[in-house]
Ligand binder design. Structure first.
Ligand code: HEM
Length: 247
């Protein structure tokens, strides 16, 4: 029973995730290459200079950044249009929060990672975490930030693009640039934690592998996502073939 594999991600969801990750990395590098102001660019002056010479000038670099951003946004728009049910189930899953138990999960998870199980017991706390569903609260927080952040990044990006094309007024582009830059910074902070938790932390290795294979072991599901596991096990018992797939 515990070595049985449980379906977690569809092939399309896996493709969208890695397409998104690839676009994020490319947009981040081309975007950082566009920031000429040394005091604003976290990497200093050498990086924009290198990117500009690689792409044959700032204008080409800007064009690559803009059109890649539009391809990225168009792919998600197409996903939402052709897969409305999956989109809705995913959004419902990541934006549903149980404040009391989810906050307790977040606090205990942080303590577990910093002072460890023994440290928690020394302070009279049980190391057991409140049960989580398809995504744990940490994954939900990052998914929320990447969805809301993604919308803000696209809207401000398109505003800058259109205002340079059609408007004489530089104001919309100026405020959009500030919001665009700050939002990328906020999502990036979450992304560093996401990559650490997903790809480096050994506990979450099965979830990382599921982003290639599409499935996790029943043992992992039972221990890390017990509410989801209970639902899947219940559906299997009732003879329902499918497993709920939020993304
Ligand atoms: C580049 C390195 C990345 C790695 C190694 C990585 C890894 C993963 C893994 C393993 C999962 C599955 C978690 C699970 O099944 O419980 C996941 C889910 C997710 N990731 Fe990433 N990720 C990366 C980049 C990104 C980026 C750039 C974003 C968005 C800004 C992102 C957003 C998400 C979201 C929203 C989910 C939940 C939705 C889903 O399951 O598709 N990831 N990631």
């Amino acid at each position: 029973m515990s070595d049985r594999m449980i379906h977690r991600h569809t092939k399309l969801a896996i493709f969208m995730h890695w397409f998104n990750a690839g676009c994020w990395i490319a947009l981040l590098l081309t975007g950082l290459g566009l920031i000429k102001n040394e005091q604003l660019n976290p990497l200093g002056a050498w990086f924009p200079a290198m990117m500009r010479s690689t792409f044959g000038g700032g204008e080409n670099l800007l064009a690559v950044h803009q059109y890649l951003g539009m391809v990225w946004a168009a792919a998600f728009l197409a996903y939402m249009l052709f897969r409305p049910r999956e989109t809705w189930v995913f959004l419902k899953e990541v934006f549903s929060v149980s404040p009391a138990s989810d906050l307790l999960w977040l606090i205990k998870m942080n303590l577990k990672m910093t002072v460890g199980r023994k440290g928690m017991e020394r302070f009279g706390m049980t190391p057991d975490l409140p049960p989580q569903g398809f995504y744990n609260f940490g994954q939900k927080l990052f998914a929320q930030a990447s969805v809301v952040g993604g919308v803000v990044i696209v809207v401000t990006g398109v505003t800058m693009f259109l205002s340079t094309l059609m408007l004489d007024d530089a104001d919309p582009a100026a405020w959009s640039r500030t919001i665009h830059y700050l939002t990328v910074g906020l999502v990036l902070a979450g992304l560093l934690v996401h990559i650490y938790m997903a790809a480096i932390s050994r506990e979450e290795r099965p979830a990382f592998l599921s982003m290639f294979t599409g499935s996790v072991s029943a043992h992992y599901a039972k221990h890390h996502h017990p509410l989801w596991y209970a639902k899947v096990a219940g559906e299997e018992k009732d003879g329902a073939s499918g497993v709920r797939e939020p993304a």
